[in-house]
Design a protein around this ligand. Structure first.
Ligand SMILES: NC(=O)c1ccc[n+]([C@@H]2O[C@H](COP(=O)([O-])OP(=O)(O)OC[C@H]3O[C@@H](n4cnc5c(N)ncnc54)[C@H](OP(=O)(O)O)[C@@H]3O)[C@@H](O)[C@H]2O)c1
Length: 380
């Protein structure tokens, strides 16, 4: 048995628990869309190491590796089914029954512990009702939503026994702090944080923008390029030093930050090898003080404050589309991109996320209409 293994792992605690826990995100294990795939023996060994080290929550989806992530989890977790929880998803345009039944076959299980609607697009209400029916039939022990706005979550709670919300959350990507996380705490929903390492960026291993192949989905992620990469790297340079001072990896520091946030139930850390599982688990021994958390938050807030739009830019924006005008009107040098995006989403039309604000502001900076990453003020 590997050093640090826990032979006495009991059944997984389910949903909201007083302390946040580290779970396992199994997207990359699907072996596709994440660069050169590792061989199946290594992927099985990665899951086995997670179980051996006491991880009891596994998150997957039919979309991960076109079903291969579920197949792999099914094989690796077969002998441990009673003491682990498996959460899967139903695609936003898929038939819930057909999708979940196919997942169960791939997972070699009669039930999943949680089935989540992967996105709340058109028709999400009836799909969620279908998931509730599948729950009554025992095919899922519970149902939840992923990537839903606070408005959709509030509506869902009126007609379905939803227990959880899964959304992106790490020290750079913080939209959920505006509305969804407080709502989950208030209404007793578990919050499952995904992409806790920003798809690997927060491990600190990329000092220059990485070149992913065209078939690697990270190729299209905006924080691996341009001004957003540069901003994140400025923060990461400091995080590397903070981590070194504690003799932990930047990944462990980033996960420990998330485990210290109020309202987080499960941190779904992806891992592609047993060594990454071991490294990520050191986060559990990396207790951050309130001062450490504040220091990280201040660093991030200072690096990501959007600029102020001057009078000329505001005047030009009156001729632009509603979303662009809305953003420019709120570029006051202190309102965060997350707050700007949440205010738009509150209006109940199509949602906005901070990433859209940042990309648009970077375009304004490129055109000389706001000062890029400098002190707030009128453009030069
Ligand atoms: N509901 C949704 O819409 C949604 C969306 C995204 C993700 N998710 C869930 O959240 C889980 C986690 O997100 P994610 O897997 O996309 O990203 P992540 O957890 O932020 O990053 C995981 C990746 O980072 C690298 N990594 C992890 N630990 C490392 C370490 N200690 N040292 C060095 N590199 C390390 C690995 O990739 P490399 O080795 O290739 O660098 C790994 O695949 C997913 O697996 C999935 O279950 C859900």
């Amino acid at each position: 048995m590997h050093p640090g293994a826990r032979p006495d792992v009991g059944p997984p605690p389910r949903f909201t628990t007083p302390e946040p826990r580290l779970g396992f995100g199994a997207w990359a294990l699907g072996g596709r869309g994440w660069g050169p795939g590792t061989d199946e023996t290594d992927r099985i060994a990665t899951v086995e190491r997670a179980v051996e080290r006491g991880i009891t929550w596994f998150d997957t989806a039919p979309a991960y590796g076109a079903g291969d992530s579920e197949v792999l989890l099914g094989r690796a977790l077969k002998g441990h089914r009673e003491r682990v929880a498996i959460a899967t998803k139903v695609g936003p345009r898929d038939d819930p029954r057909g999708s979940l039944e196919a997942s169960l076959r791939r997972l070699q299980s009669d039930y999943v512990d949680l089935v989540q609607l992967h996105e709340a697009l058109d028709g999400w209400e009836w799909r969620l009702e279908e998931l509730a029916t599948l729950q009554r039939e025992g095919k899922a022990l519970a149902i939840g939503l992923c990537n839903a706005t606070h408005l959709q979550l509030g509506r869902a709670l009126e007609f379905a026994p939803v227990v959880s919300c899964q959304g992106p959350y790490n020290l750079f990507d913080r939209d959920v702090e505006q509305r969804e996380l407080p709502l989950c705490s208030e209404r007793g929903l578990a919050f499952l944080a995904y992409r806790p390492l920003a798809a690997g960026l927060l491990t600190g291993k990329y000092r220059t923008p990485p070149r992913f192949g065209a078939d690697d989905h990270r190729h299209a992620i905006y924080w691996f390029h341009g001004p957003e990469f540069a901003r994140r790297e400025r923060v990461l340079a400091r995080l590397r030093s903070m981590a070194a001072a504690r003799q932990v990896s930047p990944a462990a520091l980033a996960l420990a930050w998330l485990l210290a946030r109020p309202g987080v139930s499960l941190v779904l850390a992806g891992a592609r090898s047993a060594a990454q599982v071991d490294d990520n688990l050191t986060a559990l021994e990396t207790a951050l003080s309130a001062t450490d958390v504040t220091a990280i938050d201040t660093l991030v807030a200072q690096t990501f404050t959007p600029p102020r739009a001057g009078a000329e830019t505001r005047a030009r924006a009156t001729a632009w589309g509603a979303r662009e005008r809305y953003i420019v009107e709120r570029l006051d040098g202190s309102t965060s991109c997350e707050a700007i995006a949440a205010g738009w989403t509150d209006r109940g039309r199509e949602p906005m996320v901070a990433a859209q604000v940042k990309v648009f502001v970077d375009q304004l900076a490129e055109r000389g209409l706001v000062r890029p990453d400098g002190p707030p003020g009128d453009p030069p």
